[in-house]
Ligand binder design. Sequence first.
Ligand SMILES: O=C(O)[C@H](O)[C@@H](O)[C@H](O)[C@H](O)COP(=O)(O)O
Length: 259
Amino acid sequence: MREREIVTLPDDGSVAADGAARLLAALAAAQSARGVASVVLTGGGIGIAMLEAVAASPDVDSVDWSQVEVFWGDERFVPAGSEDRNDAQARAALLDRVALDPARVHPMASSTPGPSALESEDSADPDQGAQAYAQVLTEAAARLGEGVPGIPAFDVLLAGCGPEGHTLSVFPDSPAVHATAAGVVAVRDCPKPPPTRVSLTLAAARSAREVWLVAAGEGKAEALAKAAHGATEVEIPLAGLAGTERTLWLLDEAAAAQI
Ligand SMILES: O=C(O)[C@H](O)[C@@H](O)[C@H](O)[C@H](O)COP(=O)(O)O
């Protein structure tokens, strides 16, 4: 596994701004190389702040948004349209402000029962939502090329982390972190509300060419230090984040303070 790159910035605002500039450059480079670029979004304050910074960037049009495929690394299993959903927050922050091709935006299932939407297979059952997303990823891998079997070689996968070391919706010593196959899983009794979610496994996240962990605040410092000093992914799931070509930690000084 290639060495992690750790970039430290003064504060959360500069992490979001730097991440936004890097993301625009990475998507443009991917389009130059392969035509279509793919990005995996996540939730949380810094992840959404980064999308807002992308939307506000003077370089936002350096990317042909109609040729960007958007996926999620995890999603809260709540009704469609809930403001708790990562996709709702991403749409408000960026996706509704750029000219994406709706057919290339792949939300995870919501808990809204009823007729299945084309992509998300909305259902009242997160396991069905996870299975439906696995199918979306298999079909996307056929279009975009796969990193690990059945999972696209995403160009950039974004992830945040929690104070106890969770990333995506994979928590320490949880069924999701013990799910070693590359896939999509339902998460129940999640320590971070809302309790029910759908998430990529860490093995699926490692299908990405580049994996970027974006974190700010002293609350993340201990978990990041443990991961930097050899903790296992079962203990500290963020330790299991790695891209096939690059693993980047974008941290503010407070989050990096104990590394
Ligand atoms: O759905 C979620 O909640 C996210 O996927 C979660 O993994 C988040 O990225 C981290 O908890 C960091 O969140 P903050 O940036 O708000 O601390």
